[in-house]
Structure formats: structure tokens, C-alpha cells
Design a protein around this ligand. Structure first.
Ligand code: FAD
Length: 339
């Protein structure tokens, strides 16, 4: 297992908070790298809602999640920090005056750590029905990255939350038919999206089946051809032909080994003070993974916390460097000079 070069700051998590943290580290002249469990950067924005518009990021009246990630990656790459993807950070040791992080792929020596692990290493909640398991990736898709993949397909969406309703709404114009089935008539989705899907249902463009759950998968040879849904109250079954099933059942997240590192925790969140300190010197946290009185789990909040965490980390590693970064508009690193 390779041991990588020692860096100043290792950021656990390449979501918006981690990406902005890497930019800030570079701006402060600190070497920094990101490690992420997912195969791509962007955290929840890339994994959960790349095609959705975000309206509350400063400076953007609206921006597609995937475009915000692209801009963050570009900004964060200016100073050349590396990223190591597809590997979850599990181990932490202190050795020879620095930390050593461990993943399944390597050892990462680092002077300080910024944990920007969001909701932890997360994965879509699997359908509990055993009949579904063999069809994942072959007709059952629990992540939709590109809605155009379902153009011309006949789709059944299972779930009653935001993702289920968002995709029912978005795919109505692309798929040949969309059925949304939910095990009750209580939805956890935004009221406006629920109303919009009901409007589409009234026009016959989406079918909404409440009190229904998956009972079986229909197939011909290797091809998924439909589902059998069963009424949760009536127990009656009905066959719904389709060639794509999208279970939108939320995500299972887990701080995993990070919860054994001696940090102050409240449920699955890291308690930080106003300096983003975690209770263990040299380890800071920022973004959705943190909690403190008044905490907002928003991209905008994560950006501010990333700046605070990195500036504190830089001062902790190099006490002669001030916490306050100065103004980027005056920085020589960007070719600017003091005015
Ligand atoms: C559908 C949806 C819509 C949203 N809309 C908005 C919105 O309009 N505006 C807004 O402000 N916010 C919105 N949010 C919330 C926003 O996405 C989060 O606040 C934001 O993603 C938090 O960023 P983060 O970088 O802190 O964490 P995340 O985006 O969760 O990224 C954390 C990263 O850390 C990685 N990680 C975790 N543990 C480990 C480990 N042990 N080792 C390696 N990697 C690890 C994960 O794989 C992940 O990539 C929305 C969320 C959802 C689900």
C-alpha cells in the first residue's frame, strides 16, 4: 500500500465544502489534498441532484448543481492540490508529529485535517424485496445522473420523497410513461412538486399509485419487462409493464470509523466551536457534518465554515501565519497588489 507525500491539510470529502476548503488552503499557500469515498467530486450535488437548479448560492441567481461543482473544481484546482477518489478514509494515527490517514488504497501523512464528510459515506437505500437485488444496474437504477438516459423508456418510480417526485416531474416529458408508486398517501416531498405531479397525473402524463409497494419483478430472459405492485391495504396485485425501475428511497449514511476518532459527536454530527475545532487539536470540520447552535445545512454555510477551518488549520500548523487571510483582491498569488 503506497504512502503518499506529507501535505499540510488533508480534506476528507470532496463535496462543495471540501472543494472550497482546498481552494482556500491553496490561497493560503498550504499544500492540500482531498480524499473522497465516491468516484467523482461534488458530494451530494453530483451524487444526488446534478440536474437540479440551486437558487441560494451567493452570486448565482440560479445554477445547475453539476455546473456549480464544475466551477468549484476549477477554482479549487488552481493551486494543483490532488484528489484521491473511490476510497473511504477509515484509519487515523498520530506518528512522528503528524497525522496518518488510512484508506483501502494508501496511507496519507498530513499535518492537519479538515473533515468535510457531509452526511458521511452515503449510498442509496436498497429495496428490501429480495426479488429486486439481481436487477440492480440491469433495469433497476437507484441513482439518476442523466435523465436523458430514460428518454423513450417506460419508468416506474418507487418512493414518496423529494427525489421520487422530482424525477416523476422531470421524466414525464422524456419517458413514454411514468408511474409513481408509494406505500402510503403521505408524501415527504415539497408541496409544490407534489402539486405539479398531480397536475401531470390529471393530464394523464404520470400515474400516481398510493398504497402500493413492489411485490415482484417481471422479466423475459435477461430483460426486465415490468413490476408486480401490491396494494398495502387491499393486498391485491397488479402488473405494470416497464423497462426501468427507479427506487428513490433515500440514502443510508454513516460516519463509519470517523466516529471512533475521539471527536465530540452529537448523533452522527461533529460538534465544532466557532473556530471549527473538533475537540482534537489539528482536526477541524466544516459543512453538513458539523453541528453547533444555529447550524444551517446549506452550501452557503459550508463555504464560510470551510474558510474558517482552513485559516485556523494554517495558523495551527504555522503559528507565524495569521488566521485572517487578507483580501484575495489584493493578493500577489492572483497577480494583484495592495491598493
Ligand atoms: C436533493 C437535495 C437538494 C438540495 N438542495 C440544496 C439547495 O438548493 N441549496 C443548498 O444550500 N443546499 C441544498 N442541499 C444540501 C446540500 O447539498 C448540502 O448542504 C451540501 O452538499 C453539503 O456539502 P458538504 O461538502 O458539507 O457535504 P457533501 O456534499 O455531503 O459531501 C461530503 C463528501 O464526503 C465524502 N465522505 C464522507 N465520508 C467519507 C470518508 N470517510 N472518506 C472519504 N470520503 C468521505 C462523501 O462521499 C461526499 O462526497 C440539497 C440536498 C439535497 C439532497
Amino acid at each position: 500500500m503506497p504512502t503518499h507525500d506529507l501535505v499540510d491539510i488533508t480534506i476528507i470529502g470532496g463535496g462543495p465544502t471540501g472543494l472550497f476548503a482546498r481552494f482556500y488552503a491553496g490561497m493560503r499557500g498550504a499544500s492540500a489534498q482531498i480524499i473522497d469515498a465516491l468516484p467523482q467530486l461534488g458530494g451530494q450535488l453530483t451524487a444526488l441532484y446534478p440536474e437540479k437548479y440551486i437558487f441560494d448560492v451567493a452570486g448565482y441567481p440560479k445554477v445547475l448543481a453539476k455546473d456549480l461543482v464544475k466551477a468549484l473544481v476549477e477554482q479549487s484546482h488552481q493551486f494543483g492540490g490532488k484528489e484521491f477518489l473511490n476510497q473511504e478514509v477509515t484509519g487515523l494515527e498520530e506518528r512522528d508529529g503528524h497525522f496518518m490517514l488510512r484508506t483501502s488504497e494508501g496511507n496519507y501523512p498530513t499535518r492537519s485535517i479538515v473533515i468535510a464528510a457531509g452526511i458521511g459515506a452515503f449510498s442509496p437505500r436498497r429495496l428490501p424485496q429480495a426479488c429486486a437485488e439481481p436487477w440492480y444496474g440491469r433495469g433497476i437504477h437507484d441513482v439518476v445522473l442523466n435523465p436523458d438516459e430514460f428518454r423513450g423508456h417506460c419508468v416506474v418510480i418507487l418512493g414518496g420523497g423529494d427525489s421520487a417526485f422530482d424525477w416523476a416531474h422531470q421524466l414525464a416529458g422524456k419517458a413514454t410513461h411514468v408511474t409513481l408508486a408509494h406505500r402510503s398517501d403521505r408524501f415527504r416531498a415539497h408541496d409544490a412538486t407534489v402539486a405539479e405531479v398531480h397536475r401531470l397525473a390529471a393530464e394523464g402524463r404520470v400515474e400516481v399509485l398510493t398504497f402500493h409497494e413492489l411485490h415482484d419483478i417481471l422479466s423475459t430472459g435477461d430483460r426486465l419487462t415490468g413490476v408486480v405492485l401490491r396494494g398495502t391495504k387491499t393486498k391485491a396485485t397488479r402488473e405494470v409493464p416497464c423497462d426501468a425501475v427507479l427506487p428513490m428511497l433515500g440514502y443510508v449514511s454513516d460516519l463509519g470509523e470517523l466516529s471512533t476518532w475521539g471527536l465530540s459527536l452529537e448523533k452522527d454530527e461533529i460538534v465544532v466551536n466557532s473556530m471549527m475545532e473538533t475537540g482534537r487539536p489539528g482536526i477541524y470540520a466544516a459543512g453538513d457534518v458539523t453541528t453547533y447552535p444555529g447550524k444551517l445545512k446549506l452550501i452557503a454555510a459550508g463555504f464560510g465554515e470551510a474558510a474558517t477551518a482552513v485559516n485556523q488549520a494554517v495558523h495551527w500548523i504555522y503559528p507565524d501565519k495569521k488566521v485572517a487571510p487578507g483580501h484575495s483582491s489584493n493578493m500577489a498569488i492572483f497577480g494583484q497588489k495592495d491598493d
